[in-house]
Design a binder for this molecule. Structure first.
Ligand code: ATP
Ligand code: MG
Length: 302
């Protein structure tokens, strides 16, 4: 096992931009242990192998024998670039797996919405490749940052229309959705007359009404009152499949997500497991502030 494993470990560690020291810290071993594994002088125990696979975000086969199982891979983004008047994305690489619950974080203007729009194909990248292993029509649900609603329909009509398109139409189900998202009182209000928060809740209902293998939400809770935000996160606990959410709701990131990604200067600068961050006694907000600051300081230096 040593040769392939050692090579894989070096490659995957470097891809994650982790030093031997940083990797060692994450799995609670000495830097010398990592060095020995990479030189083929020693092998990690099985529990350390499992931790390594988690941190490097690969399955064990990939780590041990260099073969990646694509069974669980639902999207693979490679060397993606996109410029408008200025470069926005510059060599973005990301794999999304079937059970990921990813929070995509970054400052305003970092390119988060641009990245997800490229993922669900409403804008084209300038270069790079996206491999999609799901059916984009049947297996993907999205909620965009701007509500895309038909303003001269009544709320109930929009829900019924989407339910029919998504083949989940049933009267009792629609009633249930109205109650669950506290929309019954405005069911017969024209969409053009809804408040911002009500429109947001309606957009959510539309994106959550059918099951999906990948759910992408772009700032779902913005403009919602506290009660609606609580309802939303409660609902999310029951959502299956992979979830990628752009959010600044740091109160919830610690509780709900398994993986956090930091987009900055056009690249994914961090891609960490929430459990690792917690194991280092950090909250996600502390982690975010630390790396945003570190990266900003580096930007000033260079
Ligand atoms: N269609 C467009 N034409 C020109 N510039 C654009 C377009 N869409 C986005 N941009 C620019 O690209 C950059 C990234 O925008 P994007 O909306 O992806 O950021 P974001 O990370 O989602 O920010 P926010 O947190 O404010 O939603 C911004 O500088 C924005 O002005
Ligand atoms: Mg955005």
């Amino acid at each position: 096992m040593e040769n392939v494993f050692s090579e894989q470990l070096i490659t995957l560690r470097q891809k994650k931009k982790l030093s031997q020291h940083a990797l060692a810290q994450k799995i609670f071993v000495t830097r010398q242990s990592v060095s020995k594994w990479e030189n083929g002088d020693a092998e990690p125990s099985i529990d350390k192998l499992i931790s390594l696979a988690e941190i490097l975000n690969v399955d064990l086969n990939h780590l041990l024998i260099g073969q990646q199982s694509t069974a669980d891979l639902i999207m693979s983004i490679n060397h993606l670039t996109k410029s408008f008047t200025q470069p926005v994305l510059n060599d973005v690489n990301l794999n999304i797996y079937g059970r990921d619950r990813i929070a995509l974080l970054g400052s305003n203007g970092a390119g988060k919405s641009t990245l997800v729009k490229i993922m669900y194909n409403t804008i084209k990248a300038d270069s790079g490749e996206i491999k999609r292993y799901i059916n984009m029509r049947d297996d993907l649900n999205i909620m965009t940052q701007d509500d895309i609603l038909i303003s001269d329909l009544k709320l109930i009509e929009q829900i019924e229309l989407s339910a029919r398109i998504n083949q989940v139409y049933a009267k009792t189900y629609i009633e249930q959705l109205l109650d669950q998202f506290r929309l019954r009182q405005v069911a017969h209000t024209y969409i053009s007359k809804l408040s911002g928060g009500e429109k947001r809740r309606l957009s959510l209902v539309l994106s959550l009404m059918r099951p999906s293998k990948l759910l992408i939400l772009d700032e779902p809770t913005v403009g919602m009152d506290l009660e609606s935000i609580d309802l939303f996160w409660k609902h999310m606990d029951h959502v299956g499949g992979a979830v990628l959410t752009i959010t600044h709701d740091f109160n919830q990131i610690d509780k709900y997500f398994s993986r956090v990604i930091l987009l900055k200067d056009g690249q994914i600068k961090r891609d960490d497991r929430v459990s690792d961050i917690h194991a280092h006694n950090q909250t996600i907000e502390q982690w975010y502030r630390q790396f945003n600051r570190v990266l900003e300081a580096k930007g000033v230096e260079s």
